[in-house]
Each structure stands twice: as C-alpha cells, then as structure tokens.
Design a protein around this ligand. Sequence first.
Ligand SMILES: [Zn+2]
Length: 261
Amino acid sequence: MESKTKLRIVAIASLFSLILTSCSTVPVTGRRQINLMSDTEVVKMTKAAFEQMKAAQKISHDPRMNDWMLNVSERISQQVFWDMPLAEWEFVVFEVPGQINAFAMPGGKVGIFSGLFDLVKTQDELASVIAHEIAHVTARHTHERMSQAGIMKMGSNVTNITTGGLGGMVYGAGMSGKQEAWDRAKEAEADRIGMMYMAQAGYDPNAAIAVMEKMSAMDVGGPSSQPLNSTHPSSQERLDALHSYLHEAMEVYEKAKEMQF
Ligand SMILES: [Zn+2]
C-alpha cells in the first residue's frame, strides 16, 4: 500500500516536471502551451529536411527575387532574434513556378517558392508572408504539432513538397485528411505575431491585409489548388482580425521607421 502510494507520487512528480520543463509561452500573445519535443530534436530533423530539399529542388538565382529575399530576411531575422536566439538563419528561393507558398522551420531555415512572387508585388508584401511563417515557428506551432503527433516523418515528406504543399510538411508532418486543416486559432496567432514582426522590421503592416485580400480573391470560384489556401484558409474572419491588429502594428511601424532614419 505504502509503496504503491510512493510510486504514484513519483509518477505524478515526474509527469509534472515533464510538463513544467516543456511548457512555454508564445511571444506577443502570451499563450501558454505544452511541448514534449525538445528543440534539439526538432531542429535536427528540420535541418536535415531542408538540406534534402536543397538537394532535390532547383534553387532560383533570379536577381530581383533574391534581392527582395535578402532585404526581408535581414530585417525580419533581426527583429526575431530574441524569440529565436539560436537560429542559424538560411533563406532560399526555390524555383517552383506556380507554387504560391513559403515556409519557415524551427532552427531558422526559410524557403520561398518562386511562385509566391506572382502574389507578392512589394517587399512589404513579401515581408508579411515571411513574418507570418516565422511566427508559426516562434509561437512553436511546429513543436506543438509534432508533440501531438508523437512521431516525425518530416524527412520522408520532403518529396511531397511540390505536390502536397508546405503547410503539410512544416506543420502537419505525417498527418492526413482532417488533421491537415490547420487550426484557425493558430493562424490567427501567426497573423497577429507576424504583423508585429513586420512592423518592427519597418515594413508597412497594411501589406499583410493586401496579401490576405489577394488570397481571398483567389478563393473565388471554388476550392483552389493552391497549397497556401488549403493550409491557410483565407476568410473574412482572418481579414477582420488583421484589421483589428492594424492600429497597434501601425504605431510600432511608425516608430520603427523613425529609428531607421
Ligand atoms: Zn499560417
């Protein structure tokens, strides 16, 4: 009897310490969350996946795309520094026409598909997409999803990138069907954090709204084949939410602009 109780206490205590050590707080929104997957594990997997992807996919050397990417990557990664202090940043434009998408991985690996440049027409607009994707990482959505799934199939999913869409690989590794539909609450969180990041980096947060409007327009005429839309359901709800963050973000943006000059 006594030893049973002891055992139970030990079990509860270790469960507790597991939860305590894996609990973290989302930047900007302050939401508490549980992550059972270690940073080292996650970064190791994502690094390998990114390397595989670079070997398998054609890398774009388009001067304009790469120029925009460099500017945006430098300014955004500076702002994200304290949320991802150990990141080994690497930004790559992959030559995949028609793929209107981008992704960010824990550890600081960011991929942009050349097709995204059909949608984004200014550096501010590009910044809004990149900031949103990085926000999914700093908000540890990737960790959460991996912890929930319990298993990681990221490496084997790399080949699906061009057909299946990045949302699936980055957030829902090895998951299927309904589970791939990305949680709306997490989208809202990434929208909000992303808008703050871009504003801090001196990019006009109105561009996030412009991009969302263009994505909404693409939805007209039935379900789109674009992965960006399938994993990031654009809706009036998201647009309304973005509008509600705009005032706060504009104040940050105005300050950031003053600092730049
Ligand atoms: Zn998203």
